[in-house]
Ligand binder design. Structure first.
Ligand SMILES: NC(=O)C1=CN([C@@H]2O[C@H](COP(=O)(O)OP(=O)(O)OC[C@H]3O[C@@H](n4cnc5c(N)ncnc54)[C@H](OP(=O)(O)O)[C@@H]3O)[C@@H](O)[C@H]2O)C=CC1
Ligand SMILES: O=C(O)[C@@H]1CCC=N1
Length: 272
């Protein structure tokens, strides 16, 4: 993972969960110094927490933060993005604008900033906080190679990055954007299963989480098909096939496919 130092000042408009995950990753990897980052949030306690935990500049004025920065990261909820963009339209046009808002097309941001606004649409995920993020980028029209490289470097400092056509961003959102929540649910449920079978809660949680981490690492590092890796766990007549049979009966595959379809459709709706 290339760790490039970002020279520009970055304003995070909206200091919520996703902004904090990115800020934590950027500061921890020293991709940016804390005083290169300004996060805005309307809630003073939220600002205080971001300052205390990550050492970044904070404040409630989007205009001040946007005017200060060379890169503006739009990290408010999609439902209020229009109002927020209208307030800082001039700076959106001047700076490199990166939006992490689910569903919102590049065209809507270009429209708010005015013709010539350089927009990178990103869909990161919260594991950015521990530098294991997964981000997809769609590069808007008129964004220079250098600006696209800067956007890539920001997200590479906190995990992996792929570039996709913008039309695929809703599907990315349904899979890797929302995906950590599905996995947290699975870890929680696996731990519950362990507790049901008599394991202490803390032991069950670490068993479940490390199992997910290890399995994911095997998929990535071996390059083997997940189905083959699954087959290697399932001994003939053994425990795993008994568990897998129950998962198939419960429709785990179809449920996960449905979940990603539902989240993708919701992302599409947010953009309308
Ligand atoms: N959470 C995730 O895993 C991911 C989220 N995203 C995207 O990131 C964006 C933020 O999501 P998330 O972090 O989950 O949401 P949060 O609600 O945690 O963060 C948004 C923050 O913006 C604040 N806010 C509200 N109004 C304004 C305003 N006018 N100016 C500045 N800040 C404001 C909110 O304050 P208050 O709570 O007081 O309203 C909140 O702290 C969304 O567009 C989402 O689609 C993308 C990828 C993954
Ligand atoms: O739930 C959401 O809408 C955001 C987008 C992807 C993850 N969280």
């Amino acid at each position: 993972m290339a760790k490039i130092r970002i020279a520009e000042k970055i304003a995070f408009i909206g200091g919520g969960q996703m902004a904090e995950a990115l800020i934590a990753g950027l500061v921890a990897t020293r991709c940016c110094e804390p005083d290169q980052i300004w996060a805005t949030d309307p809630v003073a306690q939220r600002c205080d927490a971001l300052k205390r935990l990550h050492g970044v500049r904070v404040g409630s004025s989007n205009r001040e933060a946007a005017a200060w920065a060379g890169i503006i990261v739009l990290a408010v909820k999609p439902q209020i993005l229009d109002a927020v963009m209208n307030d800082i339209a001039g700076d959106l046009k001047r700076a490199l604008t990166i939006s992490v808002a689910a569903g919102i097309p590049i065209q809507a941001i270009t429209k708010a900033g005015g013709a010539g606004t350089k927009v990178v649409r990103a869909m990161p995920n919260t594991p950015a906080m521990v530098q294991e993020g997964m981000t997809a980028l769609a590069i808007g029209p008129g964004v220079s190679e250098s600006d696209a490289g800067t956007a890539r470097a920001i997200f590479e400092s906190v995990g992996k990055v792929v570039t996709v056509e913008e039309r695929l961003m809703d599907a990315v959102t349904g899979l890797s954007g929302s995906g950590p929540a599905y996995v947290f649910l699975a870890i929680e449920a696996m731990a519950d299963g362990g507790v049901k079978m008599g394991l202490p809660r803390a032991t069950a949680e670490v068993l479940a989480a490390q199992t997910v981490l290890g399995a994911a690492k095997m998929v990535i590092e071996t390059g083997e098909h997940p189905a083959r890796l699954k087959d290697k766990v399932a001994s003939p007549g053994g425990t795993t096939i008994a568990g897998l049979h129950r998962l198939e009966t419960g429709g785990m595959r179809a449920t996960l496919i449905d979940a990603i379809e539902a989240a993708t459709k919701r992302s599409q709706e947010l953009g309308r």
